[in-house]
Design a protein around this ligand. Structure first.
Ligand code: CMP
Length: 140
């Protein structure tokens, strides 16, 4: 498996509880490198555009309101098989189903306030990284 890049977001429930460092320690312990990172406050429109794929879902409005309720940390993780590795380290979307030792098992509050987002496939990773970062901002 070649080296991949994936987009990671540390969500408002986690930045509110000062968990950025604890969460990033999990990524780094798993061998993922943080090759770009910024702390930003999304507007409602930006959150809506990022999650446009979920526009028809019943939780879309709640998700967008949550994502712009406090700062997020957006970052690019790089490593062997990074997309799947990141998803393993995050754990299942619903913390009630997440495996022991995963970020969501340890820190998520609910399926909505689930501490982290990660790209789900190569094409989405490319799109999601380009949503937040220019090539100049990614330093491997
Ligand atoms: P994320 O990986 O960021 O991708 C979409 C998000 O929608 C997901 O994590 C959850 O936080 C959120 N989500 C998924 N299902 C629900 C749900 N049933 N209710 C509220 N939010 C949800």
């Amino acid at each position: 498996m070649a080296t991949q890049r994936t987009l990671s977001i540390i969500k408002p429930d986690a930045t509110n509880r000062n968990l950025t460092g604890a969460i990033n320690a999990k990524f780094e312990e798993a061998g993922l490198r943080i090759v770009a990172q910024k702390r930003i406050r999304l507007s409602r429109d930006q959150a809506g555009a990022f999650y446009a794929v979920h526009k028809e879902r019943p939780f879309y409005d709640e998700l967008c309101e949550f994502m712009c309720s406090a700062p997020v940390v957006v970052q690019v993780l790089e490593g062997e098989n990074a997309i799947a590795m990141n998803r393993d380290v995050m754990g299942a979307t619903n913390p009630a189903e997440a495996a022991d030792g995963t970020i969501r098992k340890e820190y998520a509050l609910s399926i909505g306030e689930n501490s982290v987002h990660g790209s789900d496939a190569e094409e989405t990773a490319k799109q999601e990284i380009a949503f937040f970062f220019s090539e100049l901002e990614i330093v491997g």
